[in-house]
Design a protein around this ligand. Structure first.
Ligand code: NAD
Ligand code: ZN
Length: 366
């Protein structure tokens, strides 16, 4: 993580669908000006963000704004249909730009709609959560929920630009901030020991506060993700390492019916992945212990739901990343060295998870 701030210059992301810039924006007024200078903009905005920041879309005619709740239920084909109908009613043309303002939910929903409306219209993302600024605004993934399964349908759809105004972060709840930091920690371990030291020292000193240095944390996370998604845009190989913490994390999200939100589940998943790697002899105990004690200081929570190894394994088998021969895990060999590993769903894995839950669990249960 460098000391540069996001307020200096744009970050250009190379994509087979067309390169795009992540553009830092200094003020709400500057953001508004940018948005209204786009070609025939139509706005899809998280209801909560619209209420908190009325100035950003001041002057937009009501027929050109679709407001929606940021819920997992909205991130479905039904939610996409509602957005497409609003675009139809608002007279969106092939040349219009769909501007999506909100967090990861808004992005997943909006990018899907932009891709299918008239077989594709221009898409601009305005991330408003820490998670979406530091992680999901680049990489072009969309994902809708189908029944109980998360992110089951989707594709890769690059935006034409991303505008980041960190002013939005001021109103996030502590839990949503913590979720964003969960993904930032993931990317810091992915980058290497120096990055982890920087990020963990910052959190030890200032917690999850929104201080000016948050720009450099966001930029550090984006710069770690950038070369990985550029080299393997469609996740055929290398990009799979970004799922570090996610196989275990998704299982926990599903099992607790989202009592644990995504970013927090990822933090837990990192801990389980590190523990598993240690037990398999892949990584030094010291690496596991360092990250574990850091996570325990900042990410430990108390759950209502009870979680067992058998339940976790059952859900992991259903994951997108599972295959007939077992589950795919991203396990560390060291800071900055992640390895994609296929492991059978066997007695060994079950006993590792059982031991983790009994003796090490970051999340205690009631
Ligand atoms: N496409 C991807 O690459 C990708 C990556 C990671 C996560 N995701 C998806 O993103 C979703 C999670 O995204 P998220 O964590 O950004 O959450 P989110 O979009 O669910 O937003 C979290 C909460 O914050 C509120 N909110 C948003 N901006 C706010 C602001 N500025 N001030 C106050 N409240 C605000 C929302 O209304 C919501 O209640 C999940 O569905 C996950 O699957 C997608
Ligand atoms: Zn994630």
């Amino acid at each position: 993580v460098s000391v540069e701030t996001l307020s200096s210059e744009a970050l250009r992301i190379r994509s087979g669908q067309g390169d795009y810039d992540v553009v830092p924006i200094a003020t709400a007024d500057a953001l508004r000006e940018k948005l209204f200078s786009l070609t025939d903009p139509f706005f899809a905005i998280d209801q909560r963000v619209a209420d908190l920041y009325p100035a950003v879309l001041a002057g937009a005619s009501s027929g050109r704004v679709h407001r929606f709740p940021a819920t997992e239920e909205e991130k479905t084909l039904q939610g996409v249909e509602r957005l497409c109908r609003a675009m139809q009613d608002g007279g969106v043309s092939k040349k219009s730009t769909l501007v999506v303002i909100g967090g990861g939910i808004a992005q997943d929903l909006g990018a899907f709609a932009a891709h299918i409306y008239f077989r594709g219209i221009s898409l601009v993302l305005v991330p408003t959560t820490l998670l979406s600024m530091a992680d999901s605004c680049i990489g072009a993934k969309t994902g809708l929920n189908l029944g109980e399964s998360k992110n089951q349908i989707g594709f890769f759809q690059s935006p034409s630009a991303v505008f980041v105004w960190i002013g939005f972060l001021k109103t996030l709840t502590p839990i949503d901030l913590r979720c964003g930091f969960g993904e930032i920690v993931k990317l810091s371990i992915t980058a290497g020991e120096d990055a982890f030291n920087t990020v963990s020292a910052r959190i030890d000193a200032q917690g999850f506060s929104v201080a000016p240095d948050i720009s450099s944390l966001i930029l550090g996370a984006l710069r770690t993700k950038q070369p990985i998604i550029e080299e393997d845009e469609y996740e055929l190989s290398l990009r799979k390492i970004l799922n570090y913490g996610h196989t275990f994390g998704h299982a926990l999200e599903g099992l607790t019916h989202h009592e644990v939100p995504h970013g927090l589940a990822v933090a837990w998943g990192l801990d389980v992945a590190n523990y598993t790697a240690m037990r398999l002899g892949m990584v030094d105990a010291s690496m596991y212990v360092r990250v574990h004690s850091f996570l325990r200081r900042h990410f430990a929570v108390r759950l209502q739901s009870r979680v067992t190894a058998v339940d976790l394994l059952r859900l992991m088998r259903r994951d997108k990343k599972a295959s007939a021969s077992g589950v795919n895990l991203v396990l560390p060999r060291a800071f900055g060295k992640l390895q994609l590993t296929s492991h059978a769903v066997d007695e060994e894995l079950e006993s590792i998870l059982r031991d983790y839950l009994a003796n090490e669990n970051l999340f205690s249960t009631l």
